[in-house]
Write a protein that binds this ligand. Structure first.
Ligand code: ZN
Length: 357
């Protein structure tokens, strides 16, 4: 039988193993008869259990701690012994569902949490140099909240604890999950967070990895699906525009527009930084639906599509040919350009514009 650690060390399993009497259950709060200060027959339990945080605290004798500590204290063993005892037996869980994929919270809430989360991250010297070499100014870097990802496990948990203390809930926010000690943490990879902004709100975080991931890509989503209380990231697009371009006008444009699309967020930022024109960023797994939607909503008649080397190397050729065909069927003119390690990418557009003028 396959168990996972969460189920074995769950406080619900511990309460069942210790035969503690449950007197109240609502949401993730439960009261049980306290094994340390009550006799066992009482109708009202003194001990409060939080099943999400996996902790207990008695209102009367004030003993408190984790599920493993409760088991250890009652069995007169060390926490290490308690842990291995709990792992050996099959857990008893009352059919309380364990959530491995929370529904994602709305964009307003995600934006607030991600902004605060990014404030608690720093941009290290190495990443700063890397971004400066891509032509980004400090002002640009600060404005778009590029940050290095803290990967130290205890620092990650401290950051999450701080967010929780400030009142933020981390379930439903892609990237965050609870570790085997039930403390909140997040998926970390060595790299830079690139916030994906649409309609002035951070939809999600894209990660530009320091090293390629399976030679497949160097960009992945900050996502935590299949983790305890985790949340999946979606393929959110990004729109980079000048402050004075009204989003409302853009999305209701009667006038035909020219737009630039970059397949990958960092490429889109380079294009925007170098041209100052509206640029749409999409993940380099090049989703036809996303591109088609944006092109229609912005009433684009001309699309300059820049793709990075990963789009070329690892997406089926048919896929972006398919996108071009689909757009051309809608009478959208498509310029297809491959961008490989070019930090001045987009400057050719400026030159062409000047030529026409
Ligand atoms: Zn008690």
């Amino acid at each position: 039988m396959q168990n996972n650690v969460y189920e074995n060390v769950s406080i619900i399993n511990v309460i069942n193993k210790l035969n503690l009497k449950k007197t109240y259950i609502k949401g993730d709060t439960m009261y049980v008869v306290c094994p340390f200060c009550q006799k066992g027959e009482e109708r009202k339990g003194n001990m409060k259990i939080n099943t999400t945080r996996n902790v207990y605290r008695c209102d009367v004798c004030e003993l408190s701690g984790s599920s493993i500590e409760l088991y250890a204290k009652k069995k007169y063993v060390t926490t290490k012994e308690a842990f291995s005892m709990l792992l050996k037996e099959n857990p008893v869980l009352d059919n309380i569902p364990y959530n491995y994929n929370n529904p994602v919270k709305d964009e307003t809430y995600r934006d607030i949490v991600y902004r605060r989360f990014l404030e608690l991250q720093v941009l290290n010297k190495e990443h700063h140099t890397k971004l400066k070499n891509m032509n980004f100014t400090d002002e640009y870097i600060n404005k778009y909240l590029f940050k290095s990802i803290e990967i130290d496990n205890s620092k990650k948990k401290k950051i999450c604890l701080k967010l929780q203390e400030e009142g933020f809930k981390l379930d439903g926010i892609s990237g965050f999950y609870q570790d085997t000690d039930f403390k909140w943490t997040y998926k970390a990879h060595s790299g830079i967070f690139i916030p994906v902004i649409l309609d002035n709100k951070i939809q999600g975080l894209r990660i530009m990895l320091d090293e390629e991931y399976n030679k497949d890509t160097e960009n992945i989503w900050f996502s935590s699906n299949n983790e305890y209380n985790g949340t999946k990231a979606y393929n959110w697009p990004m729109v980079l525009k000048n402050e004075n371009d009204s989003w409302f006008d853009m999305y209701n444009s009667k006038k035909k527009t020219n737009i630039i699309i970059g397949t990958e967020m960092i490429l889109a930022h380079k294009l925007f930084n170098n041209t100052g024109k509206i640029v749409i960023g999409v993940p380099n797994n090049i989703d036809k639906e996303i591109i088609s939607n944006i092109v229609n909503r912005l009433n684009a008649s001309h699309v300059t599509l820049y793709v990075d080397k990963y789009t070329i190397l690892h997406t089926s050729t048919l896929m972006y040919v398919n996108i071009i065909d689909t757009l051309e069927e809608q009478n959208v003119k498509v310029d297809f350009r491959i961008a490989i390690n070019d930090n001045n990418i987009g400057e050719e557009i400026e030159r062409e514009t000047r030529k026409i003028a």
